[in-house]
Design a protein around this ligand. Structure first.
Ligand code: TEU
Length: 569
């Protein structure tokens, strides 16, 4: 496996995210599985990715498609067996591809034995593994308003559910089927450490920790301020980057990674985190997480523990990305455009109608050439787009369905809610992978669990594999460039054309070379400003079409390289 002596392996790596339900179905039941992934490993090897991250594969009632785990150390039968998993790891490793698992430890499923025991009696020793609280004094338990705090969950319901058997409420930041673990309890933390060690001993190479910045809550559980027009209080400051999260993560690394030779990857998903907090998570001296997925470029906080799509403008997007590049210059970034929770990058930031391939390629270029580890979500490498969902019956995701129900109940016209779901629903990222133009896009021989995007007849892996210049070949070129050019990995980031309406341009400067990256994130041709032209003067073109060197066409991008003179400045 590729390992640089000084730098951890993940610095020069590209990680590919697999959403197992939708990647490849090996047994024809319409749901993707581990044998299906194994059969497609050659696709990943051809692309050149260094690691794959699997969204959860453990047993789950699938209230949230596996982000509700009922047994941490097993495989859900729909995905296969532990034997299938071991074979997948073995085959991936044989191709030089590491395997990273999702570690969902903020909450379990309500079907997990820990929760079953906790809810069985108030004095059960496991009661305190979760957050239990009595109803508000003087109010009728189970009635609206009697919840211990005024918090709303991520999924448009109260964050507390009443359990009549023991006459208390339990806390869930997501659905009622996902009770939050109480990390204040050291026994909970030890149990999670054991789970993580168990998978590492089985051969996995790291974890993506789900909502890891939510694991520590303010134990006083205060009410949040209620903003005008909102139903729930703002709980963000009591649970996002909570009081003990840094302590828990330092402990996790010590207990789980201590003494391991090949240090695993630890990337944390951190909705609502700030640059300041991200520096604490990722600073090499602190050693908590290697990198975090922040949400600032994709979402805006609208209070009440909800993040809407961030309105898109190039200056705003560039400012956010550049701020994180500079702000984490002595740390490390996780680079992503989308994942299984976001609309497709080409539909969201690009132009899937008029400039589909060009915009998919250019967005990939600016992602991969920033400083950090790029995460490619399955299907983005062929420019998969949002699905043309028609009615509410076409949606499946719990967040989307709950959001629809609640909004309509509050009087929002259904058509309006539908329009917003089409743009932002998590279902967009979860349609089956488009392998070929055949029935069900080559994803399954059966009936796919989610509808295949009708555009698969044109947009698919088989077609693009045969066509140099395709989005797929472009991704492969970008990944190869990272492996061959040290400046892509380590070069310092500096922004160019800082005031331009459409351009995202920057340099990456290392000891030996300066890379100049210029991208037109619009459908209009642009003339290059002086600072970009000067930076690129006398350089060689590494990627993109040469064309007019004073301009970029619609959604066009180029990467140049200038060798730095030895003994020079
Ligand atoms: O995501 C947390 C999270 O912030 C999203 O659920 C959020 O809903 C999304 O960005 C759109 O608003 C993680 C997982 O990635 C997600 O799939 C799970 O549903 C969630 O945690 C609970 O485990």
């Amino acid at each position: 496996m590729r390992t640089d002596q000084d730098a951890p392996w993940w610095r020069s790596a590209v990680v590919y995210q697999i959403y197992p339900r939708s990647f490849a179905d090996g047994d024809g039941d319409g749901v993707g599985d581990l044998p299906g992934i194994r059969e497609r490993l050659d696709h990943l090897a051809w692309l050149g990715v260094d690691a794959l991250w699997l969204s959860p594969i453990q047993p789950s009632p699938m209230a949230d498609n596996g982000y509700d785990i009922s047994d941490y150390c097993a495989i859900d039968p729909v995905y296969g067996t532990l034997g299938d998993f071991d074979r997948l790891v073995e085959d991936a490793h044989a191709r030089g591809i590491r395997v990273v698992l999702d570690l969902v430890a903020n909450h379990t499923s309500d079907a997990h034995p820990w929760f079953q025991q906790a809810r069985s009696a108030r004095d059960h020793p496991r009661r305190d593994w979760y957050w239990w609280r009595p109803p508000r004094p003087g109010l009728v338990a189970g009635e609206p308003g009697a919840e211990p705090t005024n918090w709303g969950s991520f999924f448009s319901e109260p964050a507390w559910t009443y359990d009549p058997a023991t006459e208390e409420y339990y806390l869930h930041l997501f659905s009622a089927a996902q009770p939050d673990l109480n990390w204040e309890n050291p026994a909970v933390r030890r149990a999670i450490h054991r789970v993580a060690r168990w998978w590492l001993d089985r051969g996995v190479d790291g974890f993506r920790m789900d909502v890891v910045n939510l694991i520590s809550k303010d134990p006083a559980l205060p009410d949040g301020a209620v903003r005008r027009g909102e139903e729930y209080g703002d709980l963000g400051r009591f649970v996002v980057d909570g009081p003990r999260v840094h302590e828990y993560l330092a402990e996790f690394r010590r207990e789980v990674f201590g003494g391991r030779e090949d240090v695993p990857l630890l990337v944390g998903e951190a909705p609502g985190t700030s640059l300041e907090e991200a520096r604490c998570y990722t600073h090499p001296d602190r050693g908590e997480l290697d990198m975090v997925f922040h949400f600032e470029h994709v979402r805006v906080d609208r209070g009440e523990f909800k993040w809407d799509l961030r309105p898109f403008s190039v200056p705003d997007l560039r400012r956010v990305l550049a701020t994180w590049q500079v702000g984490l210059a002595d740390c490390w970034n996780a680079l992503y455009w989308d994942n299984h929770d976001q609309p497709r990058v080409v539909s969201r930031f690009g132009d899937a109608v008029r400039h589909r391939e060009a915009s998919a390629k250019t967005l990939a270029t600016v992602l991969h050439l920033q400083r950090g580890t790029p995460f490619v979500f399955q299907g983005d490498e062929i420019g998969m787009a949002n699905h043309p969902f028609a009615t509410i019956d076409d949606f499946d995701d719990i967040e989307s369905l709950n959001h629809y129900r609640r909004s309509v109940a509050l009087g929002v016209p259904p058509e309006e809610v539908l329009a917003s779901l089409r743009a932002m629903s998590r279902d967009n990222g979860r349609t089956p992978m488009q392998w070929d133009a055949g029935p069900a896009a080559g994803f399954t021989t059966g009936v796919p669990w989610r509808p295949v995007n009708p555009d698969h007849t044109e947009v698919n892996v088989a077609e693009q594999r045969e066509r140099p210049g395709s989005v797929l070949h472009h991704y492969r070129d970008l990944i190869r460039l990272r492996h061959e050019e040290p400046a892509v990995v380590e070069g310092a980031f500096a922004l160019l054309a800082a005031d331009h309406e459409h351009l995202f341009a920057f340099t990456r400067e290392s000891e030996d070379a300066t890379l100049v990256v210029m991208a037109n994130l619009s459908g209009e041709p642009v003339a290059l400003p002086d600072d970009v032209r000067e930076a690129a003067a006398g350089s060689e073109l590494l990627l993109g079409d040469a064309g007019d060197d004073g301009a970029l066409g619609p959604w066009q991008s180029r990467v140049h390289r200038r060798t730095r003179a030895r003994g020079g400045r």
